[in-house]
Design a protein around this ligand. Sequence first.
Ligand SMILES: [Zn+2]
Length: 66
Amino acid sequence: MPSPARKCPNCGRTYRPAPGSAWRPFCSERCQLVDLGGWLTERHAIAGEKAAPESEPDTDRGEPPR
Ligand SMILES: [Zn+2]
């Protein structure tokens, strides 16, 4: 049996990581970049814009910022 199936933390897809895969916790390099870039952007937005105007519908998702 090769590697067991894992769940990608980014897209939630079940996948089988290739042995020695560089983007291990994720199903692909793309998901790794998306996830990393995602929270980096969020952090940046929060740190940069303290008083967020109404032009930010993204804060409506109800997800606590990490
Ligand atoms: Zn994925």
